[in-house]
Design a protein around this ligand. Structure first.
Ligand code: HEC
Ligand code: HEC
Ligand code: HEC
Ligand code: HEC
Length: 270
């Protein structure tokens, strides 16, 4: 994650992470992905722990070379599921939903490349070792597709899940404040929290800030989608989840603890 000021985690946040790691008896200073449920290698804690023929951690999702450039997740090492195969939240027809759903995409499709149960979890574009490249992805070991419905295998019916690939602030943003930020006076739906914006390499990025205006992975990330001529922030799986953070709060891979519904209240002004 990049911060506009170049500042990384604050000293306080680092101290907190070190503290949590110590309480949980985690060896490393920052609770990361190694040994977690997202470590599908032989040292990991998923339901498939130990069955993969590698101790590598990152390779199940990332590769340094030959990555799948159709994915909007960095250096993605898996083939993507068919974006058109999902039943969407809007199919419920709640009378209050006013944001536009766009095609399931961005980082959500990368999550769903395991969490919809449609492909084996060891499908990789570039398997570990020399000569393991297969452009359309191939199973490198003997791992099955994800089991357990409706969780952790969400399946392709997403109507029972929080909306994803959905416009932030129900209907989107109108014009920004002079300083580039958006308050809820700029929202179609006033029930949402203020949004911060920055531009990196010509691409705008948005996030729901916790007050320090620095973009950190412990804030709710919004994902840039362009629909027609309009580029706006959208909510995706990784808005609420950080796939590398193993600290269970109450489940692993949340950006912040959901104690007192802090995740929900980060975006919803309720
Ligand atoms: C289970 C899948 C998964 C595994 C395993 C995984 N990542 Fe990621 N990683 C992701 C996804 C998804 C994103 C995009 C997150 C986002 O958009 O915020 C990402 C983003 C990143 C980023 C850029 C954003 C950031 O958070 O800094 C880096 C760097 C990264 N991963 C490194 C690693 C390394 C190094 C490993 C192994 C130690 C690893 N990842 C293992 C899924 C994974
Ligand atoms: C990253 C920002 C964000 C977070 C965090 C978040 N939401 Fe949402 N939520 C949204 C957006 C955007 C919508 C779509 C609203 C719309 O278009 O009307 C939405 C929709 C909903 C809806 C459906 C509303 C309807 O009209 O059908 C419910 C219910 C809801 N959220 C509850 C929650 C709960 C509970 C949590 C915490 C577990 C949560 N949200 C966390 C952004 C967020
Ligand atoms: C390479 C496959 C893979 C990818 C890609 C992946 N996951 Fe997972 N995820 C898993 C496995 C395996 C588990 C553990 C399932 C089990 O053991 O029951 C898991 C578990 C989880 C859990 C539950 C943690 C807990 O404490 O129970 C969450 C939350 C989660 N993943 C979110 C995500 C999100 C969000 C993304 C995308 C940013 C993502 N995952 C991408 C394989 C993956
Ligand atoms: C608006 C926020 C939000 C979004 C978007 C979101 N999640 Fe979650 N997710 C949560 C929260 C909060 C929990 C913890 C719920 C609990 O305590 O049971 C959770 C739990 C999970 C779990 C573990 C469930 C369990 O009880 O074992 C998985 C797996 C998961 N999410 C995957 C995903 C995937 C994949 C996506 C995208 C398709 C996604 N999430 C989108 C907020 C979100």
């Amino acid at each position: 994650m990049r911060a506009p000021t170049g500042r990384k985690l604050t000293v306080l946040a680092m101290a907190t992470l070190v503290g949590v790691g110590a309480v949980m008896g985690i060896g490393s200073a920052v609770a990361g992905i190694k040994g977690s449920k997202h470590d599908l290698g032989s040292g990991g804690a998923s339901q498939y722990a130990g069955t993969a023929g590698t101790g590598e951690v990152c390779v199940f999702c990332h590769t340094p070379h030959g990555a799948n450039v159709n994915a909007k997740a960095p250096l993605w090492n898996k083939s993507l599921p068919n974006a058109g195969s999902y039943t969407r939240y809007s199919s419920l027809g709640t009378s209050t939903l006013d944001g536009a759903e766009v095609a399931v995409g961005s980082v959500s499709l990368a999550c769903l490349s395991c969490h919809d149960g449609s492909q084996a979890m060891d499908v990789m574009v570039n398997a570990p070792g020399s000569g393991g490249y297969n452009a359309s992805g191939a199973s490198a070991f003997t791992l099955a597709a994800m089991t357990g419905s409706v969780l952790p295998n969400l399946g392709t019916d997403l109507s029972n899940d929080h909306p994803i690939s959905i416009q932030y602030a129900g209907g989107g943003l109108t014009s920004a404040q002079a300083d580039g930020t958006y308050t809820n006076t700029n929202f179609d739906d006033k029930d949402f929290k203020t949004v911060q914006k920055a531009t990196f390499n010509g691409t705008p990025v948005w996030w729901v800030d916790n007050g320090d205006t620095v973009r950190q992975k412990t804030e709710m990330m919004l994902y840039t989608r362009t629909v027609g001529a309009t580029t706006e922030p959208y909510v995706e799986c990784a808005s609420c989840h950080d796939p590398h953070n193993e600290v269970a709060q109450p489940v692993s891979f949340l950006r912040i603890s959901n104690a007192n519904s802090a995740v929900c209240l980060a975006c919803h002004a309720k």
